[in-house]
Design a protein around this ligand. Structure first.
Ligand code: SF4
Ligand code: SF4
Ligand code: FES
Length: 231
């Protein structure tokens, strides 16, 4: 199989043998171990949990450890590039700093209001808020959605789908105490209202999360808080 890999210096072509159940990450690993040890790429768990192996594969962002070559190779070739919307450190490795800084800006950290002296919170698993939390909580921070988002490409300040999805899970977490502070963090020009509802993030998310739905929820919540003069 022909594999075209984006290196820091330009594209380089490799010949990789096809294997049963071979993933794209297997193909990249074969290149690094057998053909060119200088190839830089990133992975950790190989089982779809850590979110570190995302790359652009034949034009679309994907988690490479769970993407089978059979599914994406088409007529038998692969083109592998680093994730879009990030600066490249080397070859297929991107600098994710901006992605995690935006989680911080969107107040993506749980802000508890209790101490160890309080009773445990009891959250009804069937409540509407809990259902909203469950819908977005399995995010693995792979940045596939962020790479797929055209608004991020146009406006580098935009907080992006993953950080906003995280903010929405916390807005719905009844144990969280950040309240209006978090809504203010996502209400600005670079926040939820900048989303054009393109749905690319939702189409691409490997965990089947819908950041688009989360962002719509944030838009509604921000407007409702504004109407009540709570922001
Ligand atoms: S729905 Fe919004 S966040 Fe998702 S890709 Fe489109 S513009 Fe970006
Ligand atoms: S929302 Fe989905 S695509 Fe985006 S970072 Fe989380 S798991 Fe990855
Ligand atoms: S290597 Fe961990 S998600 Fe792919």
């Amino acid at each position: 199989m022909k594999v075209l890999v984006k290196r820091t210096s330009g594209f380089q072509e490799f010949e990789v043998p096809r294997q049963p159940s071979q993933t794209v990450l297997d193909a990249v690993t074969y290149i690094q171990r057998e053909l060119d040890p200088t190839l830089a790429y990133r992975f950790a768990c190989r089982v779809g949990m850590c979110g570190s192996c995302a790359m652009t594969v034949n034009g679309a962002p994907r988690w490479t450890c769970r993407t089978h070559v059979d599914k994406v190779a088409g007529r038998g070739s692969l083109k592998i590039e680093p994730l879009r919307n990030f600066p490249v450190v080397r070859d297929l490795v991107t600098d994710m700093t901006v992605f995690f800084d935006k989680w911080e800006k969107a107040k993506g950290k749980f802000a508890g209001g209790r101490t160890r002296k309080n009773e445990f919170s009891r959250v009804n698993p069937a409540s509407t808020a809990r259902v909203q939390v469950d819908a977005g909580i399995e995010c693995i921070g792979c940045a596939v959605c962020y790479a797929a988002c055209d608004v991020v490409a146009w406006n580098p300040e935009y907080l992006g789908p993953a950080a906003l999805n995280r903010a929405w899970t916390l807005v719905n977490d009844e144990r969280d105490a950040a309240g209006a502070e978090r809504l203010r963090a996502v209400a600005g020009d670079a926040g939820c209202h900048a989303c054009h509802t393109h749905l690319s993030c939702t189409e691409r998310c490997p965990k089947r999360i819908s950041p688009t739905a989360a962002i719509s929820g944030l838009k509604r919540e921000v407007l409702s808080a504004l109407r009540k003069n709570e922001l």
